[in-house]
Design a protein around this ligand. Structure first.
Ligand SMILES: CC(C)[C@@H](C)/C=C/[C@@H](C)[C@H]1CC[C@H]2C3=CC=C4C[C@@H](O[C@@H]5O[C@H](CO)[C@@H](O)[C@H](O)[C@H]5O)CC[C@]4(C)[C@H]3CC[C@]12C
Ligand code: UDP
Length: 782
């Protein structure tokens, strides 16, 4: 069976298989194949060997690892099972760190040879130095936007992954020193087991395994190597190694650059030169060197590229910048968006096509109800059905005659239009829209960070809710206007669409679980404040006066947002400026928008400290001021960061919370959250504290007794620390325990239901609780 030909190889279903991949061949014999953990027979057979290992390992753990013991304590299988599973399907150990080598373990002739060959291949795959020792390998899935089948390697210095499916070339090398932690999790798919690898800086990558014991084995091996790495770091040995490898890397980088610059026509791929040619049946080609792709891919023909978007100024402006770049490259771009932006787009010499929709109305309901809340969906459902029909139809017309389509996915129509026109389709956006564990969906940013699983789920939920709400309309339109059959998320495969994110990788670092076709390009700045820009004389005088008065100059503007009570917002701004004793340049967009609706409302009078502006290019304005207070729109955030000024974000809806949180995380500004004084008014801290004292009194009493050496209750909930007192192999208590454990295993009474180390001794006490006794004894004496 060739593993590379099989998308999902479930080792549990196979009785006797020979796994062959590029690297090595190893047989997995029947007795090692066990879906739900080892049988009693297996355990007995493996018994003595792993238990010896366990003793050495326990000492190692005891000395070093709290987090490892925590992981073990919550394992899906017992400790014995874990260390006995070294040769099971889907995993292979080559070289154990010293802590795991069993005393008297028989040396198997041929193992060394096999390990040496595997080690060489591993180093070849990842271009690693001779010194890097391969320790174990596993088959599993790297969860990026889509699960990617491949092989996971653990060496004494790195954690690596290599995809095995034909047509994929993903390789990942993670130096162990950059890994912060490893934790197990449920798999995303039924019957699969997940492993989260947390990388320094709080990013995570997620792996899936076909069996929990393979996942557990991988976790343990990795954790054990992380401990080794910690030791190297503490002893200073690592810094010497690092220096050397940095020198090597720099030499290698120079050599690579040289090779790239020197033309070598024999290495040139025959690439399609026109859109027509590229429609061949050949497998898709992915390039991972951005420079090479630009040099090699430039089509010889001029392409008609349509950029389709809806929304506010911030949705259109990046496309103007992109289209100017495309025109300079000789292409014929056009922007298809709301009529409101027609003159502005055309003033840059870019062709324009109208699509249905009133941005102000869209913004109003987004701000009023919050994105994708229940009330938003209800309101959108009743107000926007007609508009969506119009949007789909007008978008279809606007995209006619295109060779390439680039679309903001909020516009909904692009993926279907590209299918009907059979043209290449790209997505582009200002905010995260692609599944990742690193960030939540831009419309689902929680008050506090909730971790990778939450983040990932926000995209799954959003994709489903969004699609389900519009599927009926879209499918009708596909049939009536595009002449296409109905579709579904599975058929569309939106996660496979190449995506261009037009924010900076320094603001939103591209997560490791992004697929290769998801690119974070950097902002598409439209510099309108260049040499041709003539600022208003009054504005220049206001700035000069602030400077001569020694007052700080602050910009306040909330972009395209539309609020219900514009006068109240203006009053808050005025009061704040006066109180802070600063000068302010105020962009009061929110009241302009409501002029039509609230024509009779008296606007708030502005004091002399405030200078009102309509629109001034931020690339110029932000270079004149000391700080910016804004809504956290993607573009305005980019502009204030680029100017290097402190950024204060007051988010109103959607992606603005996301950018607020990024600015805070980067430490370059703050996000002002909505204060809810009622919450604090309801709190009664003193009362809650008194109730807590009463409630926990018994527990506190039990601790007094236990300090005397006799815990009052053997069943006290196990604590994390208990497992760190496993003891060392010379300890008679530990030896006794291992002995008991062995007999437990042989009797087949290992308590698998309780998971982890739990078993029962002769008197029916759980082994865990006896560990706790030991722990407290040690704590007492030591
Ligand atoms: C009818 C259905 C029940 C329902 C599911 C459909 C609802 C649609 C009306 C909304 C679905 C998605 C919404 C939008 C998505 C994204 C948007 C972009 C947003 O961006 C603003 O511009 C800047 C750049 O992107 C950004 O930085 C700034 O912070 C944002 O204010 C503007 C709104 C919208 C287009 C939004 C509109 C409603 C739909 C389409
Ligand atoms: O007077 C203005 C108002 C806005 N902008 C720019 O317009 C874009 C607005 O985009 P954003 O993503 O902040 O969203 P919006 O304000 O449309 O919600 C940003 O690039 C701003 O820098 C500008 O240059 N001058």
């Amino acid at each position: 069976m060739d593993i590379e030909d099989s998308q999902i190889v479930d080792f549990a279903d196979t009785c006797k298989i020979r796994v062959i991949d590029n690297d090595e061949t190893f047989a997995i014999d029947e007795s090692d194949q066990n879906a739900s953990g080892p049988s009693l027979q297996n355990l007995v057979k493996a018994g003595a060997y792993p238990l010896q290992r366990a003793a050495g390992f326990a000492g190692y753990l005891n000395r070093h690892s709290k987090r490892m013991s925590t992981l073990l304590a919550t394992e899906s299988m017992g400790y014995v099972e874990k260390v006995s599973g070294m040769w099971k399907g889907g995993k292979k150990h080559y070289d154990e760190p010293e802590g795991l080598i069993a005393d008297g373990e028989p040396h198997v002739e041929g193992n060394d040879e096999q390990a040496a060959i595997s080690g060489d291949r591993f180093r070849d795959h990842f271009a690693l130095p001779e010194t890097e020792k391969l320790q174990a390998a596993y088959f599993g899935y790297l969860h990026r936007v889509l699960p990617l089948y491949g092989k996971i390697y653990i060496s004494d210095r790195s954690f690596c992954f290599r995809s095995l499916l034909p047509g994929t070339r993903t390789k990942l090398i993670l130096p162990l020193k950059d890994i912060e932690n490893v934790d197990k999790e449920k798999g995303f798919r039924f019957g699969y087991s997940g492993l989260v690898v947390v990388i320094r800086g709080h990013e995570e990558i997620f792996f899936e395994f076909s069996q929990p014991d393979i996942r557990d084995d991988c976790a343990i091996t990795l954790l054990q190597n992380l401990e080794g790495m910690k030791f190297l770091q503490e002893s200073g040995l690592l810094s010497m190694e690092e220096k050397e490898s940095a020198q090597n890397a720099s030499a290698e980088h120079k050599a690579l650059q040289k090779a790239r610059l020197e033309e070598n026509p024999s290495h040139e791929l025959k690439l399609p030169q026109s859109a027509e040619e590229s429609k061949s049946e050949a497998p898709p080609i992915m390039f991972d060197d951005p420079r090479a792709s630009i040099l090699n891919f430039k089509p010889t023909e001029s392409l008609r590229i349509t950029c389709l978007t809806i929304g506010s100024r911030g949705d259109v402006q990046p496309y103007i910048a992109l289209c100017k770049g495309l025109m300079a490259e000789g292409h014929k771009p056009k922007i298809a968006t709301h009529i409101e932006f027609k003159d502005w787009v055309e003033s840059h010499g870019i062709a324009f096509e109208p699509v249905a929709g009133d941005p102000a109305e869209l913004m109003r309901i987004c701000v009023e109800y919050g994105m994708f809340t229940y009330s938003f969906l209800r309101e959108a459902s009743s107000k926007f059905r007609g508009w969506i029909d119009g949007l789909l139809s007008t978008s279809w017309k606007a995209c006619q005659g295109s060779d390439v389509l680039i679309e903001s996915p909020s516009a909904m129509a692009g993926i279907h239009i590209a299918e009907a026109l059979e043209i290449p389709y790209f997505r582009a956006f200002t905010m995260p829209w692609t599944r990742t564990r690193a960030y939540p969906h831009a419309f689902a940013v929680p008050e506090y960070k909730l971790g990778g699983s939450y983040n990932y789920m926000t995209y799954v939920m959003f994709d489903n809710v969004f699609w389900k709400s519009i599927a009926g309309q879209v499918n009708r339109w596909r049939k009536n206007e595009l002449g296409l059959q109905s579709t579904s998320l599975e058929k569309m495969q939106p996660n496979k669409v190449p995506f261009l994110y037009n924010f900076s990788p320094s603001v939103v670092p591209p997560p490791l679980d992004f697929s290769d076709w998801i690119r974070v390009t950097g902002y598409w700045f439209l510099d309108e404040g260049g040499q041709d820009f003539q600022p208003d004389k009054d504005l220049m005088d206001f700035i000069a006066k602030a400077r001569s008065d020694g007052k700080k100059l602050v910009y306040i503007g909330f972009g395209s947002i539309v609020v219900q009570d514009s006068a109240a917002l203006t009053r808050t701004v005025v009061d704040s400026v006066v109180k802070a004793d600063v000068r302010c340049i105020l962009s009061k967009g929110w009241s302009d928008r409501l002029e039509k609706k609230d024509a009779n409302k008296i606007e708030v009078k502005l004091p002399v400290e405030i200078y009102p502006i309509k629109q001034v290019p931020h690339d110029w304005l932000f270079s004149q001021i000391d700080a910016a207070v804004h809504h956290g729109g993607a573009g305005t955030t980019g502009a204030s960061l680029r100017a290097g000024i402190p950024t204060i974000i007051r988010p109103f809806f959607g992606d603005q919370y996301f950018f607020g949180s990024r600015v805070e995380d980067m430490g370059v500004g703050i996000a002002v959250k909505k204060i809810n004084p009622e919450y604090w008014a309801q709190e009664n801290g003193v009362n809650t504290a008194i109730q807590s004292i009463y409630r926990d009194m018994e527990y506190a009493k039990s601790l007094i007794k236990s300090r005397k050496g006799k815990p009052s209750d053997d069943n006290i909930e196990d604590s994390e620390e208990s497992w760190t007192f496993i003891g060392d192999e010379n300890d008679p208590e530990l030896v006794k325990r291992i002995h008991n454990w062995d007999s437990v295993a042989q009797l087949g009474t290992l308590n698998r239901k309780n998971e982890g180390l739990a078993g029962s001794d002769e008197s029916g006490n759980s082994i865990e609780s006896r560990f706790n006794q030991k722990a407290s004894l040690q704590a007492d004496t030591g």
